[in-house]
Design a protein around this ligand. Structure first.
Ligand code: HEC
Ligand code: HEC
Length: 465
């Protein structure tokens, strides 16, 4: 046997990352595996860090990726147009391109203040009490399930969204203070009269998109096995699955994507985005998005039927699925290593699961990978401070899906700024953590009880992801 084995290497879990430490030598720092996306990891640290394909694509797949990339990034235009490939925008819409909200495959930013009325990073989902025939939220009767604040010429935008921020301060146990802000949402210039009195509004920030192919490849059985709806293990963290319809068959499947795990597949998410965000019909959603009885909307000229044909649509789906996850940086720094340990100790990994294994997938780099997505894909009650009060399939008005944390450290490089939580209220990691309530209250309290150096190490770890 080698010296390696004689030194009795103990494999331990620190924050769920598999690290190997030599038994008996406390000063030997634990090692972290920086390849958060397994073989689907790339190590760029520049503005295009979220935009690289996984390695190992063959020539045909490479072409699919590149064509998908161009349809993700370029603006769609109003019909009739000289370009037949990208026409059909609207009649109502929020943005002209996927990349308007997911800039460089990254995140959106919420409005700065009430005078900033762009919704390119933050959109509003709408519903009224009740359940739709598909088992989901009941769309607002006039405006549908999303407020579209832009429209083609001759059609009225549905309304304008204004957000004001209300601030409050809090303090850590050592007396250091922090500021939290929450959005106050207002709608105006509503084209078809006021929203229903019982309307429920859920603001949603555009998240980064890379890594969704890996999240899709996590076996449903693993996600179900981690669910603990009645908190049988008594750790204060339950975790429930969402169930949503398969867009092809209508059968119930596991929800994985969106802030409430309200969509089951990347294909369903992409089709929903084309339809709801841009007004582009696809093979999955062939009808124009005219929920109002606005005859000008119904009469608006479309850009073909469907407006994005199957082959192009499939390429945009493939593009999203094969965007690689960026590797960790600074993973050898002692601060980052100590932060990884804090992440486990204060209980963050109870939901932000640090190790998952994907099942078989059509793309080799997505198949059978050990990954660190930092999500259990489950719904958690996050307390009244974050509640939108709007159920979404099985998710209640206080529940949110644990978001993946991979790549979050690079968001400022890619997008210039970094806003977090479902509505972009958090401007720093401290704020994001101190908003955690409900099932995550104990973790937030444990973070607040750390000393300043320990808090800084935990943040250094998040910055390195
Ligand atoms: C108006 C802004 C906007 C546009 C345009 C937009 N998205 Fe999104 N995207 C969002 C928001 C908001 C979410 C979260 C949705 C939710 O919680 O229901 C999201 C979620 C996603 C996700 C799931 C990420 C995850 O981890 O759950 C993918 C994939 C995605 N979008 C792809 C696309 C594609 C492809 C397009 C273009 C066809 C597109 N988006 C256009 C705002 C946008
Ligand atoms: C009970 C489950 C749970 C625990 C424990 C938990 N989180 Fe979260 N975390 C969530 C959920 C759910 C959200 C999304 C909430 C929202 O958007 O309103 C979230 C959001 C975040 C975000 C923002 C991510 C984004 O994409 O905007 C960060 C950063 C984060 N958590 C870090 C932590 C850290 C650090 C800890 C430990 C101190 C922790 N979380 C503990 C469930 C949890």
């Amino acid at each position: 046997m080698t010296g390696f084995a004689r030194r009795a290497v103990a494999v331990v879990f620190v924050a769920g990352l598999i690290v190997s430490a030599c038994a008996g030598s406390d000063d030997e720092p634990a090692a972290i595996d920086p390849k958060l996306g397994g073989e689907a990891t790339r190590s760029a640290t520049n503005r295009n860090a979220f935009g690289l394909p996984v390695k190992g694509l063959d020539d045909d797949q490479r072409l699919d990726f590149e064509v998908g990339d161009s349809f993700f990034n370029q603006n769609w235009v109003t019909s009739p147009a000289s370009t037949k490939a990208r026409d059909g925008l609207g009649p109502t819409f929020n943005a002209q391109a996927c990349s308007s909200c997911h800039g460089l495959d990254g995140r959106g930013a919420p409005p700065i203040d009430a005078d900033d009325t762009s919704t390119l990073g933050l959109l509003l989902r709408l519903s009224v009490p009740g359940t739709s025939p598909a088992g989901g939220p009941m769309p607002e009767p006039t405006y549908g399930d999303q407020l579209q604040d832009r429209a083609v010429p001759g059609v009225k935008p549905e309304g304008i969204v204004a957000i004001d921020w209300v601030s409050e301060t809090g303090s850590f146990d050592d007396g250091a203070t922090y500021e939290l802000r929450r959005p106050k949402i207002d709608t105006s210039d509503l084209a078809h009269g006021p929203l229903g009195d019982d309307v429920m509004i859920s603001p949603r920030l555009a998240p980064q998109v890379m890594g969704v192919g890996l999240l899709e490849a996590i076996p449903e059985a693993s996600v179900r096995a981690a669910a603990d709806p009645d908190d049988a293990d008594g750790d204060g963290i339950s975790g429930r699955i969402n169930l949503v319809p398969d867009p092809h068959t209508g059968d119930e499947i596991l929800g994985r994507f969106g802030w409430k795990a309200n969509v089951g597949t990347v294909e369903g998410q992409v089709a929903g985005a084309f339809h709801g965000d841009m007004g582009i019909t696809s093979p999955l959603f062939p009808d124009e998005n005219c929920h109002s009885d606005d005859p000008s909307c119904v009469a608006a000229i479309g850009g073909g039927s469907p407006e994005i044909p199957q082959e192009t649509f499939d390429r945009v789906v493939f593009y999203n699925r094969t965007l690689a996850v960026p590797a960790m940086r600074d993973f050898e720094s002692p601060h980052v290593r100590s932060g990884a340990e804090q992440f486990g100790t204060v209980g963050c990994a109870g939901c932000h699961t640090t190790s998952q294994t994907t099942g078989p997938a059509d793309v080799p780099m997505l198949s059978e990978q050990t990954i660190s997505p930092f999500t259990d894909l489950l719904l958690h009650d996050m307390g009244p401070g974050l509640a939108d009060g709007r159920p979404d399939f099985a998710a209640s008005g206080t529940e949110w899906r644990t978001p993946p944390l991979w790549g979050l450290g690079l968001v400022p490089v890619v997008n210039g700024e970094r806003f977090m939580m479902h509505d972009g209220r958090a401007r720093t990691f401290e704020e994001a953590i101190m908003w955690h309530g409900g099932e995550a209250q104990a973790a937030a309290d444990a973070f607040a009880a750390l000393d300043a150096d320990e808090r800084a190490d935990l943040i250094a770890y998040l910055e390195a992801l």
